[in-house]
Design a protein around this ligand. Structure first.
Ligand code: SAH
Ligand code: SF4
Ligand code: F3S
Length: 484
């Protein structure tokens, strides 16, 4: 186990081991020497910043990157002035790319003032050849470029950069490798994301993720359970199981396991009070899973079930493998078996060829399902995906208008739903001091909504009963109920 490794005792006279993770332990030890020398030279510790763009997958990868950097000897900071800056990028929509280029433009000046600063780019954007070309041409001051498949290799890549003295690019096209047992830090001591699978095989026609995250690979159930047992021992009470399509977990393992079977084992781990998961693809959501959720109170009453569009015609073009009717039927089944479940979704507006009639179908699904929350996106063309070559159809003004109408309706429905819980006393996991008001704590309900209430910071990490006094649309103001 990496917790038991004394990195200072690894002999650097020997050649690096071939096997993982031992190979990375060796490079962590090697980088430690570099950081030690540099900080002695500067008379202060070296700092690092890992800035994350994108989804929970990237958030978890960043925790792994930070885990490695801390072992190397860097001290975490939130400042862009750090000695080592990593941008863990996302490319799901164009806007995500623009943000990263914006950051690079700004950080260039910092590197001029602080020449030993290291800048690393990783994550989904780096898996696109045209991005890497742009970095080489226009952002020559970047030190390290790596991708989504070799996050575990950060220490080795950093060593190469130090030895070479010039930009290192290390991008893997795909991988079937899953390296276990490397250090990772957690943003919160009491909750943690846990990858159960990597990649995606669904190839929705608009989506870049399968191209930048590779084919679907499930981790062995034993490795997942062992990780969660260790997290629980370390004080973690809430687990979020992560995958692009958790419902197809385990299908390709040597000994196939279903996601529902995995969940049943996770909830039995002592110390784990809450289990969440993301994301569920409607086409693979089984009756077995619905029954397991219904039977286990520890599984949070929240299902993120992206619909993308309400029009069966568009859904077919999106390659989603379900129809409007099929989706609505599934939602009815879920709500019947788990009446207190909160259903949320993702919706894309302005997919190529979307007509006003198609959009009306989306609005109809929103009316029928009555989502508690929905993430709404304007379609963004991604080079290399099938839909990138298709005609848009609607004008940007029409798409903007649809988007606004959808957003309004989604928000109104969410607020009406939230109001229904007013006055109820529900268990809340206390997460942090409220960002808006330092005298309040912020906690999360099983259904994923937030509640702010008075209390002292020592309560952070505990699950407590809170009365939801007032709904503010998508969060509550509440009050803690004294326990006997
Ligand atoms: N695996 C998840 C989604 C991952 S991406 C799933 O299948 O549900 C998160 C969301 O981004 C998607 O659900 C989709 O709504 C949105 N998205 C993906 N590609 C997009 C694109 N090209 N334009 C706009 N939104 C997109
Ligand atoms: Fe993208 Fe579809 Fe895979 Fe989700 S399931 S990541 S939307 S291709
Ligand atoms: Fe973005 Fe990659 Fe996630 S493209 S949404 S960070 S899988």
């Amino acid at each position: 186990m990496h917790q038991d490794i004394n990195f200072d005792q690894i002999s650097l006279q020997l050649p690096p081991p071939v096997k993982e993770p031992e190979r990375q332990y060796y490079f962590i030890a090697k980088c430690r020497q570099y950081v030690k020398e540099k900080s002695e030279e500067l008379g202060r510790p070296l700092t690092c910043l890992v800035q994350t763009f994108g989804c929970q997958m990237n958030v978890r990868d960043s925790e792994k990157l930070l885990g490695i950097l801390e072992q190397i000897g860097y001290i975490k900071t939130e400042s862009q002035d750090a000695d080592f800056v990593v941008y863990n990028t996302c490319t799901v929509r164009e806007h995500a790319n623009t943000k990263v280029y914006g950051h690079l433009g700004l950080i260039k000046h910092q590197k001029k003032r602080n020449p030993h600063m290291m800048i690393a780019l990783c994550g989904c954007m780096m898996q696109e050849a045209h991005v890497v070309e742009t970095i080489q041409k226009k952002y020559g001051f970047v030190d390290i470029v790596f991708g989504t498949h070799n996050v575990f290799k950060l220490a080795e890549i950093l060593c190469s950069r130090i030895e070479a003295g010039s930009m290192i690019i290390d991008i893997w096209k795909d991988t079937d490798m899953i390296v276990e047992d490397l250090p990772a830090v957690r943003e919160f001591p009491f909750k943690s994301g846990v990858n159960i699978m990597f990649g995606c095989n669904n190839f929705c026609s608009y989506c870049i993720v399968p191209y930048v995250r590779g084919r679907e690979r499930s981790r062995n159930p034993e490795d997942i359970l062992e990780e969660i047992r260790n997290l629980a021992k370390d004080g973690v009470v809430e687990i979020m199981l992560l995958g692009q399509n958790v419902n197809s977990y385990g299908k390709n393992l040597k000994q196939p396991v279903t996601f529902a079977q995995l969940l049943k084992q996770v909830v039995q781990i002592p110390g784990i009070e809450r289990v969440r998961f993301m994301t569920s693809h409607p086409k693979d959501l089984s009756d077995e899973l619905i029954d397991v959720i219904a039977a286990n109170e520890k599984i949070c009453r929240h299902l993120h079930l992206p619909v993308q569009s309400g029009s069966s015609r568009i859904l077919e073009k999106m390659n989603r493998h379900y129809t409007k009717e099929g989706y609505l039927e599934l939602v009815r089944k879920i709500k019947t078996k788990i009446p207190d479940i909160s259903i949320t979704t993702d919706i894309i507006v302005g997919f190529p060829g979307e007509t006003e009639e198609d959009f009306a179908d989306t609005m109809d699904v929103v009316e029928q399902v009555q989502y508690d929350a929905a993430f709404t996106f304007i379609y963004s063309r991604r080079t290399g995906t099938p839909a990138a070559g298709w005609e848009t159809g609607a004008t940007p003004e029409e798409i903007q208008d649809r988007y606004q109408r959808l957003l309004k309706r989604v928000q109104d429905i969410g607020a009406v739903n939230a109001k229904k819980l007013e006055g109820k006393i529900l268990p809340v996991l206390v997460e942090e001091i409220s960002g808006q008001d330092g005298s309040l704590l912020t906690g999360r309900l099983s259904n994923n909504l937030l509640v702010h209430f008075k209390g002292c910071p020592e309560l952070i990490g505990q699950i407590l009963p809170v009365r939801l006094n007032e709904s503010k649309g998508f969060y509550y103001i509440g009050e803690m109920i004294e326990q006997e």
